[in-house]
Design a binder for this molecule. Structure first.
Ligand code: CTP
Ligand code: ZN
Length: 160
């Protein structure tokens, strides 16, 4: 639904301005945009040009967040992790104001080296340099080493 004639922004003015070159992460679950920024490592300190709409009306989700990042195209790794907190998101690559690529995020089977295990006894959180690995479940992630399952607060596990 929603592809084409009844886009979320058809009526009235755009709530968040269009960007020239970069990425629009659309159809993010309402309230998750700050976690999207965390995943992308955006804290404002590096001067990135970012616009956010939070809890804006949407035809596909009751309320959605939208994140627009000027001058940046996301890596597959970043998109993979985004899928964990924004499973309905659409990634729009924009060049010269036009959407030149649009794809839905897909949940990967596993994510390696991006989340840190919350279990202090886990081998991945010790002094040994072991790369973290999480299996992606329907409703969360599971540490491949110690089996700890995390359902809420996945964004807070993102390695910095
Ligand atoms: N967008 C933007 N800057 C541009 C082009 C598009 O910020 N230069 C945003 C639009 O505001 C929209 C998203 O990118 O939020 C996708 O654009 P588009 O594909 O034109 O909109 P829709 O058809 O409504 O997208 P969808 O069908 O995925 O809902
Ligand atoms: Zn673990």
């Amino acid at each position: 639904t929603g592809e084409g004639s009844f886009g979320d922004t058809d009526d009235h003015a755009l709530r968040v301005s269009k960007i020239r070159d970069g990425t629009v992460i659309d159809h993010v679950r309402g309230g998750q945009s700050l976690n999207v920024l965390a995943i992308l490592g955006i804290d404002g300190d590096d001067g990135e040009e970012v616009s956010i709409g939070m809890n804006v009306p949407s035809d596909r989700l009751a309320r959605k967040d939208i994140v627009k990042v000027e001058g940046r195209e996301l890596s597959q790794d970043e998109v993979d992790v985004l899928s964990l907190i924004a499973p309905d998101a659409t990634i729009n690559i924009v060049r010269e104001y036009e959407v030149i690529e649009k794809h839905r995020v897909e949940r990967p089977d596993a994510v390696d080296g991006v989340l840190s295990c919350p279990n202090p006894g886990c081998i991945t959180t010790g002094d040994e340099p072991v790369t973290s690995s999480f299996d992606v479940l329907e409703d969360g992630v599971r540490c491949a080493y110690c089996g700890t399952i995390v359902r809420d607060g996945i964004a807070s596990l993102i390695e910095t």
